[in-house]
Design a binder for this molecule. Structure first.
Ligand SMILES: [Zn+2]
Length: 256
């Protein structure tokens, strides 16, 4: 591991800290710029030395310095996952536009996943600009062509119909909303049409395994809404990192 790998981890952790702010404030329609970070319980402004990604949480033993209220484990988790994704993308793409393009994509997926888990919404404030960034980025980023990005966006938006049908059939309830359509359109704009198909396949598969495991463990059917956004995001991340290998392997085993 050289210096640049460490820089990519630090950069990822700092971005992760900002993602936490987005996760906390976007569902409440608050500004993500002002005011500065404050304790959600006692509202005391958090000093810079208590706001170091991941490290501060452990130094403070998960408690606010002032009111001793507990700080959610979500904060260091999001920072750690973002830092790791930054490192893996750097290893995959090196210092390049591809890296920045897909790091912005993964960051959007992380925010969407946590907000969807806790609030069952996928904010348009992320997915709609995300579609724009995916399409515009395909002009300049070497990894994807504009045509592929456009096809991916259309197929992603349209492909939701298939996912919605499968989901309804499996869980006997409606689990899809407009938010999922826009999220899949965004995933398609960033990854292209092949990877968006793979995303639909992977997320349906992981979603159904989770559903079956849930029924087996709890011994009952889904009684509450399990949002599909996190499964779509996970599927998209797997398609981004391993999509080419999976498609190549599929073509290889089907060569006869
Ligand atoms: Zn506090």
């Amino acid at each position: 591991m050289d210096m640049w790998h460490i820089v990519s981890i630090l950069f990822g952790a700092i971005v992760g800290s900002f993602l936490n702010v987005c996760i906390h404030r976007l569902p409440k329609s608050e500004s993500i710029v002002k005011p500065g970070s404050h304790c959600p319980k006692c509202k005391t402004q958090i000093r810079f030395y208590d706001n170091i990604p991941m490290i501060s949480y452990f130094l403070l033993r998960g408690r606010c310095r002032y009111c001793k209220g507990s700080i959610s484990i979500q904060y260091p988790l999001v920072e750690g996952i973002t830092a790791l994704c930054s490192l893996f993308l750097f290893i995959k793409f090196g210092p390049s536009l591809n890296y920045l393009f897909y790091f912005s994509f993964i960051s959007a997926l992380i925010v969407i996943t946590v907000i969807d888990l806790f609030h069952q919404i996928i904010p348009d404030a992320i997915s709609l600009p995300g579609i724009g960034v995916g399409l515009l980025g395909s002009f300049i980023v070497p990894h994807i062509t504009l045509l592929n990005s456009l096809k991916g966006m259309l197929l992603g938006g349209g492909g939701l119909f298939i996912v919605a049908t499968i989901y309804q059939w499996l869980f006997k309830r409606e689990g899809m909303g407009g938010g999922d359509v826009k999220l899949l359109a965004m995933i398609g704009a960033f990854l292209g049409w092949r990877a968006v198909l793979l995303t639909i396949l992977l997320s349906s598969l992981i979603g159904s395994i989770t559903g079956i495991a849930f029924i087996a463990l709890k011994g009952k059917d889904f009684k509450y809404a399990i949002p599909f956004g996190p499964f779509l995001s996970l599927g998209a991340a797997i398609a981004l990192f391993f999509g080419e290998d999976i498609i190549e392997w599929y073509l290889y085993i089907n060569r006869y």
